[in-house]
Design a protein around this ligand. Structure first.
Ligand SMILES: [Zn+2]
Length: 108
């Protein structure tokens, strides 16, 4: 399948949120036609996830270099590290974290 290449995109950094309370991501009231929501342990992982979804819809989103998921700055805080900073347990072995990093992607 040939993918449609596009550089017309917008990234929304939702940060770390709980899977149960996350509000969702759409295209209403935006100028964009398509959207995908990615989740992962970090910004970079979540963005990869969103890009994968876009690829499944048949789009190849060409990111600017500073938006690349592999950028170190994009992986600064992970959802798990965030958990460990805010959880009161000493041993996190039995913790179930419901926290994920969310990144929304919209494109035309
Ligand atoms: Zn914990």
């Amino acid at each position: 399948m040939t993918k449609t290449k596009t550089t017309d995109y917008e990234i929304t950094d939702y940060g770390i949120d709980n899977a149960d309370s996350f509000q969702g991501h759409g295209t209403s009231f935006t100028r964009f036609e398509h959207c995908a929501l990615g989740c992962g342990d970090s910004y970079g992982e979540a963005l990869e996830d969103a890009l994968d979804s876009a690829a499944q819809y048949g789009f190849d989103i060409e990111l600017s270099p500073e938006d690349e998921p592999a950028q170190p700055a994009n992986n600064a805080v992970s959802a798990w590290e965030y958990h460990c900073q805010h959880c009161e347990e000493e041993d996190h072995e039995n913790c179930e974290s419901n926290l994920y990093y969310y990144v929304g992607l919209r494109w035309n």
